[in-house]
Design a protein around this ligand. Structure first.
Ligand code: NAD
Ligand code: ISE
Length: 333
């Protein structure tokens, strides 16, 4: 029987996830939707889905077996806590929450519940290229990873909605998570440097260079550019003791004409990570159907939140800001 899912937040990614849940994946049905903009929820609702007036009504509805949260980051905390209180598996888009205190509340509630319910939307872990890269590093033939270069370039971000904090507390969380996962390591401190501003970014602090100091003493060098213009360009290269492992160029037709020889670049995250989002939901549906969650956890969401907080402190202080985690609850081992 299909898993009946309720979707909270029917903006850009909410609509894209509704499309994959209704048109791409099997074993799942969108039974309900909601948004603070009810008109948007109504227009995004697939045939047969109920439009709920509030997230609380959707989360507690008996016909909703599992929840997908695609609202804005600051709304995630209350919605996650309500899902855990209702004992329902929940997929929550990144950032899991926007403060350390909120992340600890989510962890505390899930630990008290006694079973994993939360999967965070760190889709890079489901991308075939990143998975191959991790297999090479874990295989050990290249020796220990020493440095990782993570380039995270967005063509543009929505004017007015995307603020100067967001390269660090909205965009960087992906690089923080993938670095921890790829290197099987934790971030111990963060530094940020702000180079010359791009005139394409209007008043935004863009680009930023972030250095993640890992517990192993490996260093991750991250470029965040959110108005690069030419496309959505995600790169990664791990420099190890005996060699280098990098993400490949994406497959694309090689076009030759009077302008030269070239390959297209994805426009945005929807195109670059389309298969990764499909796979993260395939795995989520299986786990949620069994009443639990696998994949990136509330612990991973907490770790990324701490990195974002430290990065925001580092911008102001110019110093190397430490990241200190609580002891890991057994639920996340
Ligand atoms: P968006 O602004 O297009 O959509 C957000 C929607 O949530 C809006 O329709 C808004 O009205 C609704 N909303 C806000 N607060 C709400 C609340 N309290 N209750 C119900 N609805 C509420 O934004 P988006 O780009 O779709 O991003 C949504 C989330 O997904 C963000 O957390 C963002 O960081 C994340 N995201 C993740 C990826 C990824 O690659 N994994 C990509 C894009 C966005
Ligand atoms: C967006 O919310 C995402 O998560 C994208 O993956 C990221 O590249 C972008 O910078 C964010 O704003």
């Amino acid at each position: 029987m299909a898993l009946k899912v309720g979707v909270i937040g029917t903006g850009m990614i909410g609509q894209d996830h509704i499309r994959r849940l209704t048109q791409v994946l099997s074993g799942v049905e969108v039974a309900g939707v909601t948004d603070i903009d009810l008109a948007r929820a109504k227009s995004a609702a697939p045939a047969g889905a109920t439009v709920y007036e509030t997230p609380e009504a959707l989360i507690t509805a008996p016909e909703v077996q599992a929840v997908v949260i695609c609202s804005w980051g600051p709304a995630h905390e209350a919605q996650l806590l309500a899902c855990i209180a209702a004992g329902k598996p929940v997929f929550c888009e990144k950032p899991m929450v926007t403060s350390e205190a909120a992340a600890l509340k989510v962890i505390e509630a899930e630990v008290a519940f006694g079973r994993r319910l939360v999967q965070v939307g760190f889709m890079r872990r489901f991308d075939a290229d990143y998975r191959r890269l991790k297999r090479v590093i874990d295989g050990g033939t290249l020796g220990a990873p020493l440095m990782y270069y993570s380039k995270h370039r967005n063509a543009s971000v929505p004017e007015g909605l995307y603020t100067s904090e967001m390269p660090l507390n909205d965009t960087l969380v992906h690089d923080a998570d993938i670095s921890r996962w790829l290197l099987s390591d934790e971030v111990s401190a963060v530094e940020v440097r702000v180079p010359r501003r791009s005139t394409r970014g209007r008043d935004l602090r863009d680009p930023v260079m972030v250095m993640l100091h890992m517990a192993s003493e490996a260093i991750v060098d991250v470029e965040i550019s959110v108005n690069i213009g030419y496309g959505y360009d995600i790169r990664g290269e791990v420099s190890c003791e005996n060699g280098i492992a990098a993400l490949p160029n994406r497959p694309a037709a090689v076009v030759t004409d009077a302008n030269g020889i070239r390959q297209a670049i994805p426009e945005d995250w929807r195109e670059r990570f389309i298969e990764a989002y499909d796979q993260e939901f395939r795995e989520w549906i299986v786990a949620a159907g069994a009443g639990t969650a696998t994949g990136p956890s509330a612990w991973d969401g907490y770790a990324a939140t701490l990195v974002a907080d430290a990065a925001l402190r580092a911008v102001d202080s110019g110093a190397r800001e430490p990241v200190t985690m609580i002891d890991k609850p057994a639920l996340y081992n």
